[in-house]
Design a protein around this ligand. Structure first.
Ligand SMILES: [Zn+2]
Ligand SMILES: [Zn+2]
Length: 382
């Protein structure tokens, strides 16, 4: 009885205390909020005016219709600025469409790391294959408005490329999200630091697991974007290229996009333009993506175009795509704008009809007419 009284009294005291505190606190917050709202509105107005002015300037000097054919919706911690931010950046930069893929690995945030690592080299911690990336992409895509969805092309990528469970996971994702996925990638095979940091076997582009995925992709008309380095370390000959070409050759119905033509951190290969010309000639189901370091270091180092690439692109105008390769953090808009418009130096040097293909049409032509629906024969038990 005594205990009950004590508890009741305590409860009332607490409630009374909370009430007073909450009222008091609420009163304070409301007053503060009103001040803040006024100040915030003023700041928003100024930012909006600057943004609008910026947009007018950008739109006026954007000569090419653009598609971002290489874009990670999340960073290495699987975080994102979100669809609204992405679409605002695309609109501001004159980008009509973008691929939307996650990242197949997550970087561990070690207990001794003071800051959350969001890029592969932000910390010495390892990475692990992470399928949740595709669920994040699908969730965001399905929540987007119909107008936003029209501009985005979801690809699934969260597979361990040496694990023969991969095909099952591809089927599972298509079964769970019917009509959503339009392609596969950016899947990771040889990828320098990421390969070294990711636990398990070193991934290869002609692994048994990937071979099954390519075959499936060919049957369903899903393009496959793959990052697999052309070589390793200081070697300047294409040591790993034949592994990818084994896969391309064995799957003639599958459309492959070789991300960055295999150029990654610290890599260079003698005569890359000629090498890729030969591969494009041999394999009609191969396209190449010019994003990231292949453009920054080889095609247009320091923004100056290496003209050796012009005849290659003119010979195979339907087989090149461009993209930002931004990971999850699209804002501020001017960063996104600068990353996609670095290709202007190349596009301006091409005949207008070829520039239109490289900048815009080629990627869209790789896509299936609608999002993929699983055939009954491929359905898995869930
Ligand atoms: Zn890549
Ligand atoms: Zn990438």
């Amino acid at each position: 009885m005594l205990n009950r009284e004590v508890i009741d009294a305590f409860g009332e005291m607490n409630i009374a205390f909370d009430d007073v505190f909450i009222r008091y606190a609420k009163g304070k917050i409301i007053i503060k909020r009103e001040e803040c709202v006024m100040k915030k509105n003023l700041i928003y107005l100024v930012v909006l005016m600057i943004t609008m002015l910026g947009s007018v300037v950008y739109a006026a000097d954007s000569k090419h219709d653009l598609v971002d054919a290489h874009l990670h919706f999340v960073d290495f911690a699987q975080n994102t600025d979100g669809v609204d931010a992405l679409i605002s950046c695309m609109d501001n930069a004159g980008v009509t469409d973008a691929v939307m893929f996650g990242l197949p690995v997550t970087k561990i945030w070690g207990e001794y790391e003071k800051k959350q690592p969001v890029h592969s080299l932000d910390a010495e911690t390892r990475m692990y294959w992470d399928s949740k990336t595709d669920y994040i992409v699908a969730g965001a895509y399905l929540k987007a408005t119909p107008e936003q969805q029209k501009k985005l092309h979801p690809f699934l990528c969260g597979i361990n490329t040496v694990d023969k469970n991969s095909l099952q996971q591809v089927k599972r994702l298509i079964q769970i999200y019917p009509g959503t996925w339009q392609g596969i990638g950016e899947v990771f095979a040889h990828h320098d630091y990421i390969s070294y940091m990711t636990a398990g076997e070193i991934p290869r582009p002609d692994s048994a697991a990937l071979m099954e995925v390519y075959k499936f992709a060919g049957e369903y008309g899903m393009p496959v974007i793959i990052h697999t380095n052309i070589t390793s370390g200081s070697n300047t000959t294409p040591l790993y290229m034949d592994q990818l070409m084994n896969a391309v050759k064995a799957n003639p119905k599958t459309k492959f996009v070789w991300a960055h033509i295999g150029i990654s951190n610290d890599l260079d290969v003698n005569g890359l333009a000629g090498i890729i010309m030969d591969q494009l000639k041999m394999y009609p189901n191969l396209s190449v993506d010019l994003s990231w370091l292949v453009f920054d270091n080889i095609i247009a180092p320091k923004g100056v175009l290496n003209k050796a690439w012009i005849p290659v692109i003119k010979t195979y105008p339907d087989r090149f795509t461009i993209g930002t390769d931004i990971v999850g953090r699209f804002l501020p808009q001017d960063k996104y704008y600068a990353t996609i418009h670095k290709y202007d130096v190349l596009l301006d040097a091409l005949p207008a009809d070829i520039a239109q293909k490289v900048a815009h049409d080629n990627f869209l032509n790789l896509l299936p007419p609608t999002g993929i629906v699983l055939k009954d024969k491929d359905r898995i038990q869930m």
